[in-house]
Design a protein around this ligand. Structure first.
Ligand SMILES: [Zn+2]
Length: 401
């Protein structure tokens, strides 16, 4: 006997609206409805927790990876290594092994990379995504769909980080075909990695979208053989920009004659610079020094508030500078190499726009941003929305917030 229903939520990293439109063949005869979705300023570290919780970064607490917090920095133990030449640590393999060692030492279960953060600066920073967000209790604040499903003892599939698309797809296809599941969430990362390397217009991108098309059809066929109904949603968190220029923003800041760690602290993401000011003079000089910059601009608190990434305690920075779209900050703490494709620019850019496709009619209202995908998961599972109670707890009645 066929089981009744298996909702499939399939996340393809960076499969934004413009990339989707350029590959119109993708599940074309199976898609009933599709639509662009607004992304959230930042990277997957901000977007993914928002999709699975329906909360904005200022609510769940995860925005960028690193933040200034010398008192809680897990990297203090690396301080002795700072006397070794920086050139040693800029080697990808050394970084890779050290990242794995730090992750193991501290029991981090989330996504963790040291990237190209200079070793001498690491003890100034803490890292936000210490836990694997795909497991219950993965967020600093609020609940994800996985908290709700595990509380109900539902049988659900979630991808294994690091296993790769091929293995995760094979595992889900087998479990769906065996009728073992009530719900599935699969994250696929290969397209994002490929477009970082070659941009969006390479024939290799089309080849990979074709591979996804084939493999997802196999998954749907297996699930539909075992279940009477298989509502599915293929979606993403953001698009991808092709990089047209690079700019050395850290050098502009260095020229202001201030000392990192004494006057100010900065974290240079590939599209954003986030600053903490240790003296009023540094605040003034950096704010004025980067004002009117041709390759980017300061973001107003009001913009950050509108986008759900304003933190009253300035956890992720007291001032945020965003690069002009298509301009890679190079070098940054994320890397010292030119990257053909990057995301994390202004959320209103067409190339930033995310997307969702489904074999179901999408709701006319309440599905405009990536964090609204959570409402679809609630509707498909019949679970109660935990957000009203969460928000009531955050802002008790009469608090005036
Ligand atoms: Zn990416």
């Amino acid at each position: 006997m066929k089981r009744t229903r298996l909702p499939l939520f399939i996340f393809i990293d960076a499969f934004g609206w413009n990339v989707l439109k350029a590959h119109d063949f993708f599940l074309a005869d199976r898609v009933r409805d599709r639509r662009p979705l607004r992304t959230i300023l930042g990277y997957s570290s901000a977007c993914d927790p928002s999709i699975i919780s329906g909360l904005l970064p200022c609510e769940h607490g995860l925005w960028s990876s690193f933040y200034y917090s010398p008192a809680t920095s897990p990297f203090r133990c690396l301080r002795p290594l700072a006397i070794l030449p920086e050139a040693l640590f800029s080697r990808a393999r050394v970084r890779h092994y050290l990242s794995a060692a730090v992750k193991r030492w501290y029991g981090f279960t989330g996504y963790f990379q040291l990237y190209a953060v200079p070793f001498r600066h690491l003890p100034l920073f803490d890292y936000s995504e210490k836990k694997r967000i795909w497991e219950p209790h993965g967020l600093p604040r609020g609940q994800t769909i996985f908290d709700l499903l595990s509380a109900q003892e539902a049988r659900y599939f979630v991808h294994q980080s690091g296993a790769g698309d091929e293995r995760n797809l094979a595992r889900l296809t087998a479990q769906a075909g065996a009728g073992e599941l009530d719900f599935a969430y699969l994250s696929l990362g290969r397209l994002d990695a490929l477009m970082h390397a070659v941009g969006t217009r390479s024939a290799k991108v089309t080849e990979l979208v074709r591979w996804y098309d084939t493999r997802l059809r196999e998954l749907l066929a297996a699930a539909e053989a075992a279940y009477a109904e298989v509502p599915w949603y293929v979606f993403t968190d953001h698009g991808m920009h092709n990089i047209s220029a690079t700019h050395n923003l850290p050098a502009d800041v260095d020229r202001l004659g201030l000392t990192f760690g004494r006057d100010y602290v900065a974290f240079y993401d590939s599209t954003m610079a986030r600053f903490w000011f240790l003296t009023p003079a540094a605040r003034e000089r950096i704010t004025a020094g980067l004002a009117g910059h041709p390759q980017g601009r300061w973001l107003a608190d009001e913009e950050l508030r509108q986008w759900g990434v304003y933190f009253p305690d300035h956890q992720y920075g007291e001032a945020i500078f965003l690069m002009r779209s298509g301009v890679q900050m190079l070098p940054s703490f994320m890397g010292a190499r030119f990257t053909a494709g990057i995301h994390g620019f202004h959320p209103d850019d067409p190339d930033s726009t995310a997307a969702i496709s489904s074999n179901q009619p999408l709701p006319a209202t309440g599905l405009a941003s990536i964090h609204d995908i959570f409402s679809l998961m609630l509707a498909e599972t019949g679970l109660t929305d935990p957000r009203p109670a969460f928000r009531a707890g955050l802002h008790p009645a009469g608090s005036g917030l």
